[in-house]
Each structure stands twice: as structure tokens, then as C-alpha cells.
Design a protein around this ligand. Sequence first.
Ligand code: ZN
Length: 636
Amino acid sequence: MISQDTIERILSVSNVEELVGDFVTLRKRGANLLGLCPFHNEKSPSFTVSPAKGIYKCFGCGKAGNSVNFIMELEGFSYPEALKYLAQKYNIEIEETQSRPEEIQHKTDRESLYILLSAAQKHFTENLQSEEGKSVAVPYLKERKLNQKTVDEFALGWSLSAWDGFSSWALKNGFTKEYLLRSGMSVEKQDGNLIDRFHERAMFPIHNLSGKVVGFGGRILRNNAKEAKYINSPETEIYNKSRILYGLFQAKKAIRQHDLCIVVEGYMDVLSMYQAGVVHVVASSGTSLTEDQLRQIKRFTDNVILLFDGDAAGQKAALRGINIALEQGLNPRVVSLPAEHDPDTFAKAFDAEEIANYIKENAQDFVQFRASFIKEEEKNDPHFQSKIAKEMLESVLLLPDTLKRAFYIKEIEKILGLSEKVLYEETKRLQVDKFKQENKPHEVNISVPPQESSQKQIEITQHNAVLAQEKQVIKTLLLYGDKPYDETQNICRYMVQELEGIEWEIKDCERIYNMFVEAICVEDELFSLAKVLNVESTEDQNFISHLILTPHEISENWVRVIGRSIVTPEQNYLPEIKSAVLNFKLRKIQRLLAQNETDIKNAKSDDEVNELLTVHMHLIDMKKQLASEIGAVIIS
Ligand SMILES: [Zn+2]
């Protein structure tokens, strides 16, 4: 483990402006720097770096963070990898703390497996130069039209025909039987001797995001009905099949540049596409596309093209992939290949530009794609129509974005010729079913009711959070109320306008807030702190003085909501004002959401549920809107 001391040193010397500047051309804009975002495609710069705060934020795609986050995002590094990168850049020696024995064991286990697999990869690649490799494997690679650059880039190799070609080589070179078995590279026979998992196969090493070999795929070259065409390494401590995408390590930079990831099915598909010049391509290889794999893609782009064979199996796989991608907030489209092609033959028949054009012209969103294989006999059958509409709407409901939902409902309306009203009703019905499904009470309730004291503790904490936030609003009013917000109004007027209709929970705060409201409503003249302070009740006097005199602080609750503390000098009070207002609203909405959810659970009729669900969607939209405004305020 990297010591806390080292981490702090790395963070204190790493300069976000300089680090980002290694990858992005930045220009000065006020106190900040501005450039083209490396995380999404844009023509006018919206990627902002704040040297003073040590953070970056893109107003286009929303990516934000500090130096460590930047390099993690950009290079797909893990946290320790990012720290090591920065340490190297700034010449800081990494001090590792004493790990617990089991941690050391675990670490050396993983390290040993990486070392073994890396050696295995080199061994297989060298085998290409052996007599056997030259006579069998090299001609095969040539026949598949793979050039040396592709072979090198993907570190292809050959496993010997001997049953223990690799195992005996590895034992001779000091690797232990234990790790050979744990890595899945060797299998133990009954007599205790080892044989290879892979023999007489073309070897495709599978890399993780940082480029380490974690497993292999092997393809048989002879036609042999008894053996599988492809076999893969088993899952191990370092190879999680549902998380790894074949080719992602080689493709990640291109995926970011194109803001697009093409997903194909197999190793050869990736290699042929790569060689045709289509570099932003990966394969799920060995599993059907999983949530985790799509989440890996989402680190680099939101746009996914699923390139599948046009047959029924391909369609089914594509539909499944689409739904998982929609759920992850990705923007998936499907490209079906011409009937005579699979991705491999397709990539060999065309060049990069032709492939890009074909994809552009034939990419279908999920509605168009599902509609494309409606059978002739289904077209005028109302039963099929509603079945297909339901299928499409189920996909629509996976979209986190309500605007996008409306867009697709319109599209379904056009394609299926159903009325918008019918579609919305069906959507509501599906939504209710889904909600009920997800909120089904458990049959056996084994949870213990909270102890009275802990329940009380929760209430006290909640009360404190409310108090802190409402106090912060009053304090802001007291300190800055008479300062200008813009040319037309002062802070007091702005805040009263923004907070109109919001209920206060703390009586003291509400009473003082109402004084401000009166001050502007009744007298309609410039606000004066003196006037507000001129209160009769000593209780209010106390409350107010206490608020003004406490050192500048922001409640923990705020820090939690925003994720970092805000330090605002006196002369730059506007962000603080905006934050105070936005956060105040945000918490109100969170409370309304919680209340609404309880109401939905207790609703007596479907109509009532429908109505409450509409409220729910509305609140979610407001919450998102507020959250993005809060994000914008922090850095501006
Ligand atoms: Zn961006």
C-alpha cells in the first residue's frame, strides 16, 4: 500500500494545470484555463481548469475532479496506478506501508500470476519462430491476412502441439505448480503431472485496462470435431470474464477520440477491424455482453455501436445488449451486416472509410432496429403490434432521461402508427408494474425494528442538518443581503424571489426570514441590516448575533451534498449565495421525493399511483437540473 504520507506529498505537488496541459491545449480565461475536453468530442472549448481550486470540470460532458481523477479517467488507471504515474512525473519516491501478512500474500499472489502470464505470452509469441510455429501458425496468420503490426500489437502466439509444452517449460523456468494451476494455464492429471490447457492453438492474450495479460483465448487450426474451436482461460483471481473486454486496452485512446466504441463478438473480428484501420473496436469474447463490460466502455464514451451478424441469434444478442446499454445511460445503436458477411469478412472486404460510412448509414437506434425485423404477418395484426409496442416501451423505460423517453415514444408512434395517448397509457402501466415489482414487500421480514435510541439519534442528526442549512441561508442574507446581485436587484430581493413558496422547518429561521420579506415587500426600499437587526425579542437578537459572529463555516451536510468544501472570500460572495439557494432547494426536493415515494407505496388506486409517478418524474428532473447548476457554481 502506498503510504498516506506519500499520497499527501503527491497531491500537494501535483499541479492540475500542468498535468492537464500535457494532454490538452489550455488558454487563459479569467482566473481559469479553458480547452477542448479530452473526454468528449467538442468544437468549442468547455473544459475548464481551476488552478486555484486544483480541479477541472467539463461543462459539456460533466466530467470533473482533481489531478488523480484526471489521469484515472484519461488513461483508465486505477487509483494506485494514477498515484504512481504522478509520483513518477514529479519525482517522488513511493513509500509503501507495511501491509498486513494476508495483504502481502494476496498481493504477491496477484503479482505472481501477472508475472507468470506475461512470461506465458512471451513464450507463445516465441513459439511462432519455432519449426512448428513456422510451418503451422505463421501460414495461418498469413491466410487470415494478419500483418506483423497486428500480430505485435495484440501479442499473438502459438501453443505447441506437445501436451506439456508450456507446463514443462514453465517448471523448468522456476514457476511453481501451484501458480500454474491457479492461473488456469495447466491442468493436473491423475498421476499428478501437469498438462497444458492450450495446445496446438493460435493464442490471443487478453489484456486488462493497464495492459497486463490476464488470460488467453486459443483457437484450434486443424478441423477437429472433437475439440472446441475456441477455448478460454478460466476465471482466476486476476481474470474476471464479465469485466474484461478483448481489445479495450489497445482501443481505449481511439474510443475516446472517436467518442464511439464498436462492439463485435470475437477475437478475429477485433483484429480484422483493427487492421482495416477501425481501431475503436472491442469484443465481449467468451461471454455475452455484460453490465460491467458496458460500464468499462462508459469510462471512455457514451456511444456504442453493436455490430452483429444479421441472423436471428445476432438480433437476439443485439436486443439484449441494447437494453443493458440503455440501462447504463449509454447511447446504443445497432448495425446489421450485409447477409453475406460477418465482422471478420466485412473488415477484409472494405477499408476504414467504407466501413465508417456503412456504419453511419446503417446505424439504427433500438426502436428502428426492433421495427426492422417485424415480420410481414405481424404488420397488420393488432396483437403483434401491441406486443412489439410493449417490447419497445420496456426499453424506453430503461432510459434514465425523460426527454429522451419522450423522443422515442414519438418515434414508436410514427413507426407503429399507434396513437401517442395509447403509448403513454401503456408506458404508465408498465411503469406501475415495474415500480410494484421493485418495491415488493419481502415475504419474510427479518429486519429488526430500529432501537428507540438509534431512531432518536437519526432524528437528531436530520434535525441538525436542517438547522445548519436553514441557518446558512439566513446568515447569507444577513451578511450579503444589501449587496448587489446584479444591476437590477440586491441579494435580499434575489433570494426572497428564489425561495418563494419554500417551507421552513426551523421556527427561528422562518421568523427572521419573514423580517427580510417584510423589509422588501412593505417598504420596497433598499434593505438595511440595521433595520432587520433592530428586533425587539432578545431571543432573536441572540440568534442573529450568534449567526453573524460564528466563524465562516459551511455545514457538513453541504460538504456531503457537494462533495467538497467551498471557501469563498468575502469579495467573491455570489457563488456562495447561489450555492446557498440551490442547496436549500435541493434538500427540499430530496425531502419531497422521499415523501412522494412513501405516498406511492401507500397509494390506494392505480390512478393515484399514476399521478404520484408523474410528480416523481418531475421532481427527479428538478433535482438533476439543480445538481448540475450546483456543479456549475462550484467552479465558476
Ligand atoms: Zn467534456
